[in-house]
Design a binder for this molecule. Structure first.
Ligand code: PLP
Length: 393
């Protein structure tokens, strides 16, 4: 029997990928399954982006690139930060990686020593705690409620900080809740962070462009520029440009930290795919029109889904500010129905009885809720929610 490392024994496979796989298995076995578990847009990658990749192949851009990204893509990223976010970075402050996931992984490995604490507000993206654990760090979870729109308060943040705290993770708009912090809320969190100069901040802006409100996008650095020297901004093309399979994410922050993350990457994967980098550059240089078209659909689906979910007895769903997720509470349903005892059993029940795959809230640190991805057409969503309604009736 092979003895595995403590490191790998402390983590679990991604639960969202597990739900997607289970739905695919059932479908392959001939079942009629609607998968609302996946965290990826259903749209094809826009044509001009695909063309750039084809050109890259035809023009021999098929070799290693610089570990931290091609000069062209890094320039496009610097320009993106300046024009879209009013943030200034030099080339040595940017690292391009194989997806936003690798950006955070590099950060955890470059920053954390054994026992270092990372504050993660729940509900959280499933991978943060496990990536912290791989890096020998200790996730410190701040729980929130639906009543506070799943947002942490400055008091909660201050209470969670100890002398071991190295990093606070902010993800707004959030996967899985879709909720975004306002400028004022971020400024208030920033005020607390200013009093703890040893604490760094990771701002995961992956869903920056998928927003439904008229509020302009704002991250912690926009609200609190004083944190510039200890904030790392994470972003990527996966969600905005429907490029999940291309695997390009990027990080921007203090040169020393970015350099350390680059060193980690140089000894693991080296550069991200040269072809994908050409495509990502075309995405960032090609304007936001293609993104806005997708957002129109997400917004329309969001309205339908929130209303339809709230029509199911016992289900409560707050409207989101962005992303393509709804995160309704099924707490009353679970309490009143003896066919399942918790959200994990409810997910199993809905998969078997309704043929609908949702991710249980426990995976995101929020038992009693369920994540529904509306990155699929309206008619499919109608079908899915009416199936859920009948199965629960
Ligand atoms: N950050 C958040 C909040 C996400 O939801 C995801 C994807 O699910 C990522 C980062 C990573 O994206 P990728 O590695 O696909 O670029």
């Amino acid at each position: 029997d092979v003895q595995l490392s403590d490191r790998v024994n402390r983590i679990k496979p991604s639960p969202t990928l597990a739900v997607t796989n289970r739905a695919a298995e059932l479908r392959a076995a001939g079942n009629d399954i609607i998968g609302l578990g996946a965290g990826e847009p259903d749209f094809d990658t826009p044509e001009h982006i695909k063309d750039a990749a084809v050109n890259a192949i035809d023009n021999g851009m098929t070799k290693y690139t610089a570990v931290d990204g091609t000069p062209g893509l890094k320039k496009a990223i610097i320009n993106k930060f300046q024009t879209e976010n009013n943030l200034s970075y030099e080339a040595n402050q940017i690292l391009v990686s194989s997806g936003g996931k690798q950006s955070f992984f590099n950060l955890a490995l470059a920053l954390l020593n054994e026992g270092d604490e990372v504050i993660i507000p729940a509900p959280f993206w499933v991978s943060y705690p496990d990536m912290v654990l791989v890096a020998d760090g200790k996730p410190v979870i701040i729980t929130t409620t639906q009543a506070s729109r799943f947002k942490i308060t400055p008091e909660q943040l201050e209470e969670a900080i100890t002398h071991r705290t190295r990093l606070v993770v902010l993800n707004s708009p959030s996967n899985p809740t879709g909720v975004a912090y306002t400028h004022e809320e971020l400024a208030a969190l920033g005020e607390v962070l200013q009093r703890f100069p040893n604490v760094l901040v990771a701002s995961d802006d992956m869903y920056e462009h998928i927003r439904f409100t008229d509020q302009p996008f704002c991250n912690i650095l926009n609200a609190c520029p004083e944190l510039y020297d200890r904030t790392i901004v994470l972003n990527g093309v996966s969600k905005a440009y429907s490029m999940t399979g291309w695997r390009i994410g990027y990080a921007a922050g203090p040169a020393k930290l970015i350099g350390a993350m680059k060193k980690v990457q140089s000894q693991s994967t080296s550069n991200p795919s040269s072809i994908s980098q050409a495509a990502a550059q075309a995405a960032l240089e090609g304007g936001l029109e293609c993104v806005e078209k997708m957002v129109v659909s997400f917004k329309e689906r969001h309205e339908f889904v929130v209303n339809a979910l709230n029509d199911i007895e016992g289900v409560e769903c707050i409207p989101a500010d962005g992303t393509f997720y709804a995160f309704p509470s099924f707490a009353a349903v679970i309490e009143n129905d003896s066919r399942f005892n918790d959200d994990i059993e409810l997910a199993e029940f809905l998969l078997n009885e309704a043929g609908v795959a949702l991710v249980p809230g426990s995976a995101f640190g929020a038992p009693g809720n369920m994540r529904l991805s509306f990155a699929t057409g309206l008619s499919t969503l109608e079908d899915a929610i009416s199936r859920i309604k009948s199965a629960l009736a």
